[in-house]
Design a protein around this ligand. Structure first.
Ligand SMILES: Cc1ncc(COP(=O)(O)O)c(C=O)c1O
Length: 381
C-alpha cells in the first residue's frame, strides 16, 4: 500500500461552497492547466511570435508523457480530438469477415457503439451485446464467456460509464489473443484514475478523451496504437504527419512517406497551441501524483462513501466489481425525477444515468463535500 495523496483542492479553482462530485462528466482543469492554456491561446493574438518549431514542440514533449501514463512507448501515441475519432481510426484498420462477431458491453457509451454498428453493416459482421445475467455472473465473466472462435473483435472499456462496473482487461485480452480476436478499448472513464498497462494488455487500439479523469481540456485526447497497426491507414491526410514536414519551404514536394510510429494517425491541426499545453500541465500533475496513488486514494475515500450510501439505501456495486474511483449508487423508487437538479440547487453536483446516481469525486473533494451529499440525499429520497 503506497501513501495516500492528501487533499489537492488548492490546485483547483473550486469555491468552498461547491461540492463537485462529477468528474465522470467533466474533470475540472487544475489551475496550472488553465494558465498554460491561457498562455497558449494568447500566442495566437500575436502570431508573429509563433515559429515553425512550435508546431512540433508540444507534441514532442507530450507524446512520451501520455505513453508513460499507460506504460507504452511514445511512438505508439497519436493525438485525437475525441474518443469517436480514435474509434473510427480503429474501425478503419480492423479487418473482419462476414459472420464474425463484434462484442460490446450492454449500456456501452454511444461513441463506442455506433462505430461498430457501421462496421458490422459494412463487413457483414454481427454486433453482439453482452449483459451480465442478473446476479448470476459479473459483466466481466459474461464477456469472457462470450468470447469464442467466432469473435472477430471485442470493443469495451475498463469501467462501464453508467455505473463503474469494472472489467478484467487482463483476462479479456488473454482470451482475445487465444482466439485471434482484436481488442479495442475506450479508457475515457478510467485513464488517469486507474492503472492500465498497455504493454501487458496489448490492445489493438486504445483511446482516452482527456477531459474527464485526465483533467485536461475538452477536445484533446490520445490514442494508443498496437505495434501491428503502426503502418495502418490514418483517417485524414494532413501535411504535418508527412516525412520532412518540419521544413516548411519544401511542403509542396509532396510525399507518400508518413512520419514515424503512430504520428501518422494524428488529427489535422494537432499542434493546438492552447489545448496541448493545458493537457500537458494536467498530465504532469497526474504523473507527479502517479496514477497508482490516485487510484488508491480515490479507492480508499470511495469505500467509505459507498458504505454510507448503503446505509441510506443506495448500494453501489461491490468494491471488487467496480472501478475504485467510480460510484454508481442504485436509486430507490422514492427518488424524485428531478433529484440531480435539486442537488444542484444545493451546489452538489452529481449525474444520473438511468436508475443510477453516478458519484465521482476526485482529489479536490473534501469530507465536507461528501457529508453534504449524504445529508441532502437523506432529505430528498
Ligand atoms: C466511456 C466514454 N467514452 C467516450 C466519451 C466521450 O466520447 P467522445 O469523445 O466521442 O465525445 C464519454 C463521455 O461521456 C464516455 O463516458
Amino acid at each position: 500500500m503506497t501513501d495516500l495523496i492528501p487533499n489537492q483542492r488548492h490546485l483547483f479553482d473550486i469555491p468552498a461552497e461547491v461540492a463537485y462530485l462529477n468528474c465522470a462528466t467533466m474533470g475540472p482543469m487544475p489551475i496550472a492547466a488553465l494558465e498554460a492554456g491561457r498562455a497558449g491561446l494568447a500566442r495566437k493574438a500575436q502570431p508573429w511570435g509563433i515559429t515553425s518549431d512550435d508546431f512540433f514542440k508540444d507534441t514532442a514533449s507530450l507524446r512520451p508523457k501520455l505513453a508513460q501514463l499507460i506504460n507504452a512507448r511514445g511512438e505508439q501515441i497519436a493525438f485525437v480530438p475525441s474518443a469517436s475519432y480514435a474509434l473510427a481510426t480503429a474501425a478503419q484498420n480492423i479487418t473482419l469477415k462476414a459472420g464474425q462477431d463484434i462484442l460490446i458491453m450492454a449500456d456501452q457509451f454511444p461513441s463506442n457503439v455506433y462505430v461498430w454498428r457501421d462496421l458490422a453493416a459494412r463487413t457483414g459482421a454481427k454486433l453482439q451485446t453482452v449483459a451480465a445475467p442478473d446476479g448470476k455472473m459479473s459483466l466481466s465473466d459474461a464477456m469472457l464467456e462470450a468470447i469464442g472462435p467466432q469473435t472477430g473483435l471485442v470493443a469495451c472499456a475498463q469501467v462501464r460509464w453508467t455505473d463503474g462496473t469494472r472489467l478484467d482487461l487482463e483476462a479479456i485480452s488473454d482470451k482475445c489473443r487465444s482466439v485471434g480476436a482484436a481488442l479495442v478499448l475506450d479508457l475515457t472513464q478510467s485513464c488517469g484514475a486507474m492503472a492500465f498497462d498497455a504493454t501487458r494488455i496489448q490492445p489493438d487500439f486504445m483511446v482516452a478523451a482527456g477531459y474527464k479523469w485526465m483533467l485536461g481540456p475538452y477536445s484533446a485526447g490520445f490514442m494508443y496504437v498496437g505495434e501491428q497497426h503502426l503502418g495502418g491507414q490514418p483517417l485524414e491526410h494532413n501535411w504535418i504527419t508527412r516525412a520532412g514536414s518540419t521544413d516548411f519551404t519544401q511542403l509542396i514536394n509532396y510525399t507518400d512517406e508518413l512520419g514515424a510510429g503512430a504520428e501518422r494517425f494524428d488529427m489535422g491541426e494537432r499542434s493546438n497551441f492552447a489545448l496541448l499545453p493545458a493537457l500537458e500541465a494536467a498530465v504532469d500533475l497526474l504523473l507527479d501524483w502517479t496514477v497508482e496513488r490516485v487510484e488508491q486514494t480515490l479507492g480508499a475515500h470511495n469505500r467509505q462513501l459507498a458504505a454510507r450510501l448503503a446505509e441510506i439505501g443506495m448500494p453501489c456495486p461491490d468494491n471488487a466489481d467496480r472501478g475504485p474511483h467510480y460510484l454508481g449508487a442504485s436509486l430507490p423508487a422514492s427518488a424524485p425525477a428531478d433529484l440531480t437538479e435539486r442537488l444542484k440547487a444545493d451546489n452538489i453536483h452529481v449525474s444520473r444515468r438511468g436508475n443510477t446516481l453516478r458519484i465521482t469525486p476526485h482529489l479536490y473533494n473534501t469530507t465536507d463535500d461528501t457529508a453534504r451529499l449524504i445529508e441532502a440525499l437523506k432529505r430528498l429520497i
